[in-house]
Design a protein around this ligand. Structure first.
Ligand code: HEM
Length: 494
């Protein structure tokens, strides 16, 4: 009898649950139709997230929601992104805080700049940027640091014996890492003595590999109990945590080293010493956040720039005409022996265009950092409730906005106006590798210097081409940072 009653009631319960689910999804901008209760998770089953978002985004109107199964708003239109992250910036400054991710990766919940939120984020970001400014970021001091690193790198390349078969990955990694290592910790590595750095990068790459399955990751974040189960726990977070410990140990060792090296009564010579002296004087600044900030700036400060410069070598090795044109402009502007500076940019429109096109074409972040709404917001008249995950899809915009004709082609000249010297504003404005708004990249100033000088100095001194009979494959390795496949190149000193 009670069984019959249950059977009779079940359809009504199901219908009510479906109605409530429909009501729930209706509170977000419309997107591809979600399946009851599991949303769009089945469509999202891929390692190549940016390709799925590209496919889905083309059928939507610039803002839509995916349910994975939690609501995840996607913004794929430049004007809508600005309306959200800039005009309504305060409403989008939250970061996705997953207890599980924080346990696996962070020094402590809500610490540092990249993954923190609320007042702690505001104070850490403000303090970090102010310290970096005091140390010379955005000024000549920082540029000199980049030039020194570039000089060492160019000298190191001269010493490579087998120039017909060069793997450029480590020279670039050491050159870029030395800049942020010196800023944060006050010292640099010799090219033949950088084991701790290699171990850090290897651990990071392993962590990336373990994070490349977006379905497992989103399921684990949504249902944290999965990470406590045997075997599943290891595949969702255990192995990520193992690599994160190695990465964090690098930071701990280096913070201690910098504090040991400081001389009482003398000015701070690096980020660690400067931050440490502010502890106790500025609210929210403490030792845990010092570690977390260093971890954030070290990671963000080298992975992206290294990845873009590695792409640059492959792209220009494939596009010899562009490489030759770039080299000729650099040499005409600064000669053969001087490292180009930011001031030289005025004489180098083609080089500037190459850097912009590289940002757009290499487009290394498959997924921008996820924001979270800090209050109920309305964008284009569409409601987004407080606490919603929001993805400002800069990858999509730089690959699909109509201002970029034939976006799949590498064409630096697209940025140059008819006068041959001015950059086309409508394209420059939409080239947004650093994102926009209050949470945009905190290292943009430094990154722009590194990329301009890194690109121009490399091709000023060397010609790179594919090895005899080889084709360059520009399909990236899937992952949160889109890295090039390993390639050895042929390098000729000029
Ligand atoms: C070309 C190289 C780089 C690219 C493409 C890049 C891109 C980005 C992007 C897209 C974000 C997330 C923005 C958002 O949430 O909307 C970000 C955040 C950040 N980046 Fe960069 N970045 C680069 C280099 C650097 C460098 C050199 C540093 C450090 C010196 C750095 C430090 C940071 C930090 C600390 C954040 C977190 C900001 C926050 O959450 O408030 N980045 N970056």
């Amino acid at each position: 009898m009670s069984g019959l009653l249950l059977l009779g009631v079940a359809p009504f319960v199901l219908a009510y649950a479906l109605y409530r689910y429909h009501q729930f999804t209706g509170r977000y901008p419309k997107g591809p139709r979600p399946m009851p209760f599991i949303g769009n998770i089945l469509e999202f089953d891929s390692k190549e997230i940016h390709k799925i978002l590209d496919r889905v985004g083309k059928k939507q109107q610039g803002i839509y929601t995916l349910f994975l199964p939690m609501p995840f708003v996607q913004i794929t239109d430049f004007a809508i992104l600005k309306e959200a992250f800039v005009d309504n910036g305060d409403g989008f400054t939250g970061r996705m805080t997953s207890k599980i991710l924080q346990e696996a990766i962070s020094f402590a919940p809500n610490s540092g700049v990249i993954f923190s939120t609320g007042d702690n984020w505001k104070e850490q970001r403000r303090a970090a940027i102010s310290i970096l400014r005091d140390l010379g970021m955005g000024k000549n001091v920082m540029e000199e640091l980049v030039i020194t690193s570039m000089d060492e790198y160019v000298q190191y390349l001269r010493m490579i014996e087998d120039k017909a078969n060069v793997d450029m990955r480590w020279p670039i990694q050491v050159m870029v890492s030395n800049i942020i290592n010196e800023i944060l910790f006050g010292y640099r590595y010799a090219y033949d003595d950088c084991k701790p750095l290699i171990e850090y990068v290897d651990a990071f790459n392993d962590m990336q590999k373990h994070m490349d399955n977006s379905t497992i990751m989103t399921l684990a974040i949504t249902f944290p109990f999965l990470t406590k189960l045997p075997i599943i726990g290891w595949y969702t977070f255990g192995r990520i945590q193992r690599e994160a410990r190695k990465i964090n140990q690098y930071i701990i060792d280096n913070v201690h080293r910098s504090l040991r090296d400081q001389v009482e009564g003398e000015e701070a010579t690096c980020f660690v010493q400067a931050y440490h002296r502010k502890i106790g004087q500025v609210p929210y600044l403490d030792e845990t956040n010092l570690f977390a900030n260093c971890a954030d700036f070290f990671l963000a400060g080298q992975e992206t720039v290294t990845a873009i410069l590695r792409w640059a070598l492959l792209i220009f090795a494939k596009h010899q005409d562009a490489q030759e044109k770039l080299r000729q402009e650099v040499r005409a502007a600064v000669g053969a022996d001087n490292v180009p500076t930011m001031a030289d940019q005025a004489k180098m429109p083609y080089s500037r265009a190459c850097v912009l096109e590289l940002y757009r074409f290499a487009n290394v972040l498959a997924l921008n950092m996820i924001h979270v709404t800090t209050r109920d917001v309305e964008i284009r008249g569409l409601p987004i409730p407080e606490g919603t995950w929001v993805h400002g899809d800069i990858h999509y915009i730089m690959m699909n906005d109509p201002v970029f004709e034939k976006p799949d082609e590498f064409r630096p000249e697209r940025y140059i106006a008819l006068d041959g010297v001015t950059m086309r504003k409508e394209l420059v404005d939409k080239t947004i590798p650093f994102s926009v708004g209050k949470r945009s990249c905190a290292g943009e100033g430094l990154a722009r210097v590194e990329l301009f000088i890194g690109l121009t100095a490399t091709f000023q001194n060397y010609k790179f081409s594919p090895r005899f009979g080889e084709e360059i494959d520009l399909e990236p390795i899937p992952g949160p940072v889109l890295l090039p496949k390993p390639h050895n190149l042929c390098m000729e000193p000029i």
